[in-house]
Unconditional design. Sequence first.
Length: 170
Amino acid sequence: MIVKLAEGTIKTKFGTFTEHLFYDGQKESHALVMGNIEDEEEVLCRVHSLCIFGHHFNSIECDCREQMEISQQLIEKAGKGLVIWLNQEGKGNGHFALMKSIAHKNKGVAQAEAYEAVGFKKDARDFTVAAEILNELKVKSVRMLTNNPKKVATLTEHGIEVVGIQKTEL
């Protein structure tokens, strides 16, 4: 169960968004919304997890920052859409797991397997909060900006109609 804590405007290099801040009893989540999405169909939607390396440190070892930028550009071009930002660093395992896994990743191991090699889950993320946020914002259906079938499956399982998947390419 989520609770909406606050709402405000944020100007980005991709236009002006309304930020909706939610709390699930443990973590905060954000929805960056452009345009009117209430009762709308086929709303562009990116469900995005925190990535300290990519977003804060500008790491070139992952594509998180680029995925966020492309998603915001696509939303700006469409004139409406949203990004749901979840506090799930390191595929839900945390930053410590990410740091521990680097040696394996540097040997050519895929990130998910690198997490597993150091005792964490390949992907511990849970996208249920994203479905709750979409319901709270009264979005009728979404066109996902993702390459992750787990995101689509979780939203669908929680009653969100996913009408398609759009690659995050300009």
